[in-house]
Write a protein that binds this ligand. Structure first.
Ligand code: NAD
Length: 413
């Protein structure tokens, strides 16, 4: 997949525009462009074949003025400091937009988790925690799953961190339930996209029942989003993963695809489904397009071929700033990542709260509170967009940037 301009440069474009609209000066722009702390560590491990391998790990804490830094940990071969920096900044905006008392952070290890054994992944994860443990924790920086990581990886982080500081479940979220994970965290991001789309559909008179949707990515976010869309009466016509993309006009068979993926590791060759060339799932005829894999996938090059009338950013930063302008000019509405995929960080926040208070919430409480927060954030974005005649990303950035600025001002900086 060819990816376009970086998450960091797209973030800076959106930030600059928001500060311009809000009348904030250069000092605010530079403060919100820069991260408070950037860590890079080298992690040596002995591979199963006895050879030494060294992996680069990163953790960036962008802003903690509204609360401890919060953000995922990604295991992917493209991870570098620029990507992690951009993703950390987006987290500051996301937590501010949904108005939870947390800041923004992100981390990653440059590796291909598919090529590492479970033992190698565990050693890598534990050594990463050993390198950075002084800077993370329940009151400073709380990690969560992202691309290439999962509840198991969070469980290792919890165990390693707790070995140093004593039992500390609130140091990391997205843990297995048995270690203090929250009900509903696994599905939260994809399920939350459904909640935001429901609010969007009502506001913009774009009914979901019978509407078609194409999804890029069939991991945690893409899979749970697909399930939520089916529950909302939508027809999922295309899905993809890193190796394959499939299409079926009448709607894909999600359980058959999930079975194929778990048994053979790919989506292709399921009876009755057409195989698409990689990246074509973004361009099929559909009402809604949900990129839910990696950043920078909708670029100035392919944006003119997008047929959906609404793009909902399930992934972080999937639409480059150039593509964003092209889509908006064509009248394609983009529901921005900091709103659309914020369900994950909201339920991570619930998990942190439960761990700190030593309580356990039932699933219906998690789902209800999540719906309340996301619906509220969505209405604020839609109202602001209408009042100021803005696209949805600009409206979301204005709200988020002004909240962070208000907190910074209140500290007397
Ligand atoms: P994941 O590792 O569970 O899944 C990623 C999926 O993307 C996999 O199906 C993978 O095969 C697919 N993919 C990778 N490269 C692809 C390509 N070139 N074309 C098509 N598919 C490809 O990761 P995830 O947790 O689902 O995260 C997906 C996106 O959502 C990321 O941008 C992440 O930052 C964002 N996000 C995740 C969460 C969360 O709670 N997990 C929360 C908010 C945002």
């Amino acid at each position: 997949m060819t990816t376009g301009n970086t998450t960091q440069s797209a973030y800076e474009t959106f930030l600059n525009a928001a500060c311009d609209r809000l009348g904030y000066g250069k000092s605010t722009i530079s403060l919100l462009s820069l991260a408070a702390l950037e860590m890079k560590v080298e992690i040596p491990i002995i591979r199963d074949n006895g050879e030494l391998a060294v992996f680069s790990g990163y953790r960036v804490q962008h802003q903690n003025v509204r609360g401890p830094c919060k953000g995922g940990l990604r295991y992917h071969p493209d991870v570098d400091i620029d990507e992690v920096r951009g993703l950390a900044s987006l987290m500051t905006m996301k937590t501010a937009l949904v108005n939870i008392p947390l800041g923004g952070g992100k981390g990653g290890i440059c590796c291909n988790p598919r090529e590492l054994s479970t033992r190698e992944l565990e050693v890598l994860t534990r050594k990463f925690v050993k390198r950075i443990h002084r800077e993370i924790g329940p009151n400073s920086d709380i990690m969560a799953p992202d691309v290439g990581t999962n509840a198991q990886v969070m469980g290792w982080i919890h165990s390693e961190y707790s070995a140093i500081y004593g039992h500390s479940p609130a140091a990391v979220t997205g843990k297995p339930l048995a270690l203090g994970g929250s009900a509903g965290r696994d599905k939260a991001t994809g399920y939350g996209i459904g909640i935001v789309m429901k609010a969007y559909a009502e506001r913009y008179d774009a009914p979901l029942k019978g509407a078609t949707v194409a999804i890029q990515g069939f991991g945690n976010v893409g899979f749970h989003a697909a399930k939520a869309f089916v529950d909302l009466g939508m027809k999922v016509v295309a899905v993809s993963d890193a190796r394959s993309a499939v299409y079926r006009e009448g709607g894909v068979d999600l359980s058959a695809l999930a079975k194929q993926k778990s048994e053979r590791g790919l989506l292709a060759d399921v009876e009755g489904h057409e195989t698409l060339e990689a990246g074509r799932e973004l361009e099929v005829e559909c009402d809604y397009l949900v990129p839910a894999a990696l950043g920078g996938v909708i670029t100035a090059e392919n944006a003119p071929r997008i047929k959906a009338s609404t793009v909902v950013e399930g992934a972080n930063g999937p639409v480059t700033s150039d593509a964003d302008r092209l889509l908006t000019d064509r009248g394609v509405r983009v529901v921005p990542d900091i709103l659309a995929n914020s369900g994950g960080v909201v339920v991570s926040y619930f998990e942190w709260v439960q761990n700190l208070q030593r309580v356990v919430w039932p699933l219906d409480r998690v789902d209800n509170e999540l719906a309340r927060i996301l619906d509220n954030a969505a209405q604020q974005v839609f109202n602001h967009a209408a009042q100021k005649d803005l696209d949805l990303r600009s409206a979301a950035f204005d709200i988020a940037v002004s909240r962070v600025k208000e907190a910074l001002d209140a500290t007397g900086i």
